[in-house]
Design a protein around this ligand. Structure first.
Ligand SMILES: [Mg+2]
Length: 225
């Protein structure tokens, strides 16, 4: 698991959700800082109302339309790349049960328990593109030792058997996930695939190129650089 930059620290820094973490000047007054408990309540309401899923569905519908348009051009070995946490599988239940905090022990225990439910719009996208002959790859910040349980979790909730599952090596201590994820997309391309799209809930899932189009799912809970 890569280090997360959480709501709390983001709010303390005075940065509203922005692509990656910007070092903002320190707020000079508390009046400009959103109240942390209010923000948590807003996030809960956003998910509980179904609005998160509606927004996510809008993104995956656009992604499906893009894939279908590209397939009409008969690309060589078409593929999509998906992030896992809060893209393919939902961490929302974990976040709520930990008051939007995070500790590696409880999080890793949930990973080991294969406890994460599917994100329905992403699951539908993965299954549909697979039925169209498109390869489905996963690239995740989860670490190599979590490979077996991660694969089991994906399959258990209905994802097609991945054409590739790339876990971040335990030896990778980069402060950003971007080099690892973009390197893996480049590798997929080097295997002759046309990476039609990359989808993630973090901008860092998407930056670094090696996909024809990026699709960003909403995630107001945390930032991963
Ligand atoms: Mg993610």
């Amino acid at each position: 698991m890569v280090m997360r930059v959480f709501l709390f620290s983001v709010l303390l820094a005075g940065a509203v959700v922005a692509p990656l973490v910007a070092r903002e000047p320190a707020p000079v007054s508390a009046s400009t800082i959103p109240n942390l408990d209010s923000v948590k309540a807003e996030i809960r309401a956003y998910y509980a109302s179904g609005n998160w899923e509606r927004e996510a569905s809008g993104v995956t519908t656009s992604a499906q339309a893009f894939v279908d348009a590209q397939l009409r051009g008969h690309p060589v070995k078409p593929a999509i790349v998906l992030d896992i946490d809060d893209t393919a599988l939902s961490d929302y239940g974990y976040e709520v049960s930990h008051d939007f905090g995070y500790d590696s022990r409880s999080y890793d225990a949930d990973i080991d328990a294969e406890a994460f439910p599917a994100i329905a719009p992403t699951l539908a996208l993965a299954r549909h593109v697979k039925s169209e002959g498109v390869a489905v790859f996963f690239i995740t910040g989860r670490r190599t030792p979590e490979r077996a349980v991660t694969l089991a979790n994906l399959l258990k909730v209905g994802y097609p058997k991945p054409d590739g599952l790339f876990m971040r090596p335990t030896s990778d201590h980069s402060s950003s996930i971007i080099p690892f994820k973009s390197r893996m997309r480049a590798y997929i391309q080097s295997e002759g695939y046309t990476v039609l799209l990359s989808m993630g809930d973090q901008w860092s899932d998407l930056r670094g190129g090696h996909a024809e189009r990026d699709f960003k799912l909403p995630n107001p809970m945390y930032l991963i650089p």
